[in-house]
Design a binder for this molecule. Structure first.
Ligand SMILES: Cc1ncc(C[n+]2csc(CCOP(=O)(O)OP(=O)(O)O)c2C)c(N)n1
Length: 658
C-alpha cells in the first residue's frame, strides 16, 4: 500500500493513527463482551476504520455527519466519551436513547452526529435536508453521510442523489463498498462497473477511492470539503474496502471465500499505516505500546463506569411522555374581522400566515411553486416568499420527507405537500419510522407538517380518493389533524406548524371548494385535542370528522326530528375522548360515522374505548358506519355505494329505535 504524507503535518499523521487504533481496540474488547452477553448486537467495522476516521477528521465540529452501523470510528473521532457509548450498547441511562434503542441507532446534536434508523437508506435524504438548511442559512458547511454497497440499491439512495443534484446541495455521499451486504456479494447487488458510476447519471461529480488508505482518504476529503464549502454541490464517493467479519458478530463469514479474506487482510488499514509510520520514523514500538496502553486504560475505565451504572429504571409515565416533544399551545385569538372564504382558501391562508411568522419555514412539494400546487393552495407563494422557501420537488415522496426531517434537525421548519394523500405511501417509511420515532428514541423532534389532500366522493378512483388517516393514527409519535371547516383548517394548520412534532394534516378535497365559512382574517391558532360540539340533543351521540361531519349535518337538517349531539373531532391524535364520554353519558347511544373503510379505523377505537370506559351508560350497542371494505371504486354509482353517507340515516334510525 502506497502512502504519501505530503501536505499532512506530523501531528496529524500521528493523530490519524490513534484515531484508527481506538475503534479497533474497542471492537476487539467488544467481541469478548459480546460473547459474554454483556453488550448488544454488534456490527463490526474492523478493516474499514480508515473511512470513518478519514471522513470525520476532515469535517469541523459544526458540520453534521451521518454514520451507519459500522462507523464506530466516526463516534470516537468526534470524541464522544466512551462510557456513554458503552452505556448506549448496554441500554443504560447514560447512553443516548434512555435504553430505547440499540447500537448506533441514535443521534446527538451535541456532537453533530445523526445516527441511522435500521432501514439504512433514509440517512441520505436526511443529509440533504441538513445541507439545505445550511445553504438557506448561508452557512458554508458540508454534510457527510454514509451508506453501504447494499444501501445503494434502495430507492432512498437514488432519490437522495437526484434531489441533491437538482438542488445542488453540499453533501458528501460516502459509499463504503465492503464486498457484501449481509451475505449478498456485490455482483448480486449491482451490475454497473463501479458504484461511483451511479453519480454520472445524476450529474454528480463522483470518485472511487482506496478505502483502506487513511492518507489518501484524508487528503482527498480535506480537498473536497474545502472545495464544496466554497462551491456547494453534492459529491459521490465510493470507498473500496472489505468487511473482515460477519454481517453481525453472531453470523460468521462462511460464505466469504478464504482467499478474498486473506488478500484483504494484507491490506489492513491500521497495520499498513503503522508500518509506514515506523519506516518514516514517525512512530516507534515503544510509542505504539504507550498509545495502546493509554487506549486500553481509557476503555477499561469507561467500561467500568458503564458496568457500574444500574439498569435503567422503568417509568411508564416517562415512556409515554417522551413520545412527543413538549409543546405548549399558545392561544392566539382570532381577529373579529372575518371573510367568507372556501376551505381551500383557509388552508392557503393559514400556511401563508405561518410563512410570514416563521422565517425558517420551508414549503416543499410537487408543482407547488410557479404552478401553485394542483389544488392551488400555494398559489402566489413563490412571488411572496421566494424560490428558496417555496420549493418544487422532483417526484420522490420519501426523499422529500427525509429532507424535511433534515431541515428540522438543522433548526428549520418544513411543510410538505403530498400532491394527493394517496401518494404518501411512497414516503411511508420516513414518516412512520424516522419522523414518528426520533423523539422517543433520542429526543429529536421532527418539526414537519405533511399536508394530505385526501378523501373520496370526487369520482377519482382507487389512487386519488383514499382517506388514509388510520395508517398514521396507530403509529406512536405522530399527530393527526382532520378539520371539517375552513376556520378550523386555518387555526389548526398554524398550530400544527408551531408544534415541533410531526403532524399529518388531512384536507378533504371534496370540501376544498364546496364549503364556505366566515373565517377570521390574519393569524390565529386553535388547540389540538378539542372536539367541536356542532349540535346538541339528547337521543344519540354522533361522532365524525372530515367530510363525514357534513354528511351528518345534512342528515340532521333533512330529519329535524332527530335529537342528536354531533361532535366533530377536528384532530384524531390527540383525540378528545372526554367530549365523547360526556356526550355518551347524556345520550346513552353512540354512532360513529367515518369515511374510511370499516376495519381498523378510528371508529373501531372510539367504540372500544367507550365500551371499556362507559359501558354502564350505554342503552344500545355502539354503531360504526363506514365505507365498504373494498378499494375505492371510480364510477359514481359504485362510489356512492362504497361510501357510508347513504347508509348513515338508516343505521342512525335503527340505533335510536333500539
Ligand atoms: C430496508 C432494510 N432492508 C433490509 C435490512 C436488513 N439489513 C441490515 S444491514 C443489511 C446489509 C446492508 O449492507 P450494506 O449496505 O452493504 O452495509 P454493510 O452491512 O455491508 O456495511 C441488511 C440486508 C434493513 N436493515 N433494512
Amino acid at each position: 500500500m502506497e502512502f504519501s504524507k505530503e501536505g499532512i503535518s506530523n501531528q496529524m499523521l500521528g493523530l490519524l493513527y490513534e484515531r484508527m487504533l481506538k475503534p479497533r481496540m474497542i471492537e476487539e474488547r467488544m467481541l469478548v463482551l459480546l460473547r459474554q452477553g454483556k453488550v448488544s448486537k454488534w456490527f463490526s467495522g474492523i478493516g474499514q476504520e480508515a473511512i470513518s476516521v478519514g471522513v470525520a477528521s476532515a469535517l469541523t465540529n459544526e458540520e453534521y455527519i451521518l454514520p451507519m452501523h459500522r462507523n464506530l470510528g466516526v463516534f470516537t473521532t468526534k470524541d464522544i466519551p466512551l462510557y456513554r457509548l458503552f452505556a448506549q450498547w448496554q441500554g443504560k441511562a447514560s447512553g443516548f436513547t434512555k435504553g430505547r434503542d440499540r447500537s448506533f441507532h441514535f443521534g446527538t446534536q451535541e456532537y453533530k452526529i445523526i445516527g441511522m434508523i435500521s432501514h439504512l437508506g433514509p440517512q441520505m435524504g436526511v443529509a440533504n435536508g441538513i445541507a439545505l438548511g445550511d445553504l438557506l442559512k448561508g452557512e458554508k458547511k458540508v454534510t457527510a453521510v454514509f451508506t453501504g454497497d447494499g444501501g445503494t440499491s434502495e430507492g432512498d439512495f437514488h432519490e437522495a442523489l437526484n434531489v441533491a443534484s437538482v438542488w445542488n446541495l453540499p453533501v458528501l455521499f460516502c459509499i463504503e463498498n465492503n464486498g457484501y451486504g449481509l451475505s449478498t456479494p456485490v455482483n448480486e447487488q449491482y451490475a454497473c462497473k463501479r458504484l461511483s458510476d451511479r453519480g454520472i447519471g445524476y450529474g454528480i461529480e463522483s470518485y472511487t477511492i482506496k478505502g483502506n488508505n487513511i492518507l489518501e482518504i484524508y487528503r482527498r476529503m480535506k480537498d473536497l470539503v474545502k472545495s464544496v464549502r466554497a462551491n456547494p454541490r453534492p459529491i459521490l464517493l465510493e470507498f473500496e474496502t472489505f468487511r473482515m467479519r460477519g454481517h453481525e458478530e453472531a453470523s460468521g463469514t462462511k460464505y466469504v471465500p478464504e482467499d478474498l479474506l486473506e488478500s484483504w487482510a494484507e491490506k489492513d488499514p491500521i497495520e499498513n499505516y503503522e508500518r509506514f509510520l515506523i519506516e518514516e520514523k514517525l512512530l516507534t514500538e515503544v510509542a505504539i505500546q504507550k498509545i495502546r496502553t493509554g487506549i486500553e486504560k481509557e476503555i477499561s475505565q469507561h467500561l467500568n463506569l458503564a458496568f457500574e451504572e444500574g439498569l435503567i429504571e422503568v417509568n411508564t409515565d416517562k415512556e409515554l411522555a417522551d413520545v412527543y416533544h413538549p409543546f405548549q399551545h399558545e392561544v392566539m385569538e382570532p381577529s373579529i374581522k372575518t371573510e367568507n372564504i372556501r376551505f381551500v382558501d383557509a388552508v392557503s391562508g393559514g400556511l401563508k400566515e405561518s410563512m410570514k411568522r416563521h422565517g425558517n419555514l420551508v414549503v416543499m412539494g410537487q408543482d407547488i411553486a410557479e404552478y401553485g400546487g394542483v389544488f392551488k393552495v400555494t398559489e402566489g407563494f413563490l412571488t411572496e416568499f421566494g424560490k428558496e422557501r417555496v420549493r418544487n420537488t422532483p417526484i420522490c415522496e420519501s426523499g422529500i420527507i427525509e429532507a424535511a426531517m433534515g431541515l428540522s434537525i438543522n433548526g428549520m421548519k418544513a411543510v410538505v405537500e403530498m400532491q394527493f394523500a394517496d401518494f404518501v405511501s411512497s414516503g411511508f417509511n420516513p414518516v412512520v419510522n424516522y419522523l414518528a420515532k426520533s423523539h422517543y428514541r433520542w429526543g429529536e423532534p421532527a418539526d414537519v407538517v405533511i399536508r394530505m389532500p385526501c378523501g373520496g366522493d370526487v369520482g377519482a378512483g382507487p389512487f386519488h380518493s383514499q382517506t388514509n388517516e388510520a395508517w398514521f393514527t396507530k403509529t406512536a409519535g405522530l399527530k393527526v389533524a382532520y378539520p371539517a371547516f375552513p376556520a378550523d383548517a386555518k387555526g389548526l394548520l398554524t398550530t400544527g406548524i408551531n408544534d415541533p412534532n410531526p403532524v399529518l394534516f388531512f384536507e378533504h378535497k371534496a370540501l376544498y371548494r364546496s364549503v364556505y365559512q366566515e373565517v377570521p382574517e390574519g393569524y390565529y391558532t386553535l388547540p389540538f385535542g378539542k372536539a367541536a360540539l356542532l349540535k346538541e340533543g339528547s337521543d344519540v351521540t354522533i361522532v365524525s370528522y372530515g367530510a363525514g361531519v357534513h354528511w351528518a349535518l345534512k342528515t340532521l337538517e333533512e330529519n329535524m326530528d332527530i335529537d342528536a349531539d354531533l361532535l366533530d373531532l377536528r384532530t384524531l391524535m390527540p383525540m378528545d375522548m372526554e367530549s365523547i364520554y360526556t356526550s355518551v353519558e347524556k345520550t346513552g347511544k353512540l354512532i360513529i360515522l367515518q369515511e374510511d373503510t370499516i376495519f381498523g379505523g378510528i371508529a373501531s377505537d372510539i367504540s372500544a374505548m367507550v365500551s371499556e370506559n362507559r359501558f354502564e351508560f350505554l342503552d344500545a350497542p355502539i354503531q360504526r358506519v363506514a365505507s365498504l371494505q373494498t378499494p375505492i371504486p371510480f364510477a359514481k354509482v359504485l362510489e356512492d355505494n362504497y361510501l357510508p353517507k347513504n347508509r348513515f340515516l338508516d343505521q342512525l334510525l335503527k340505533l335510536i329505535a333500539y
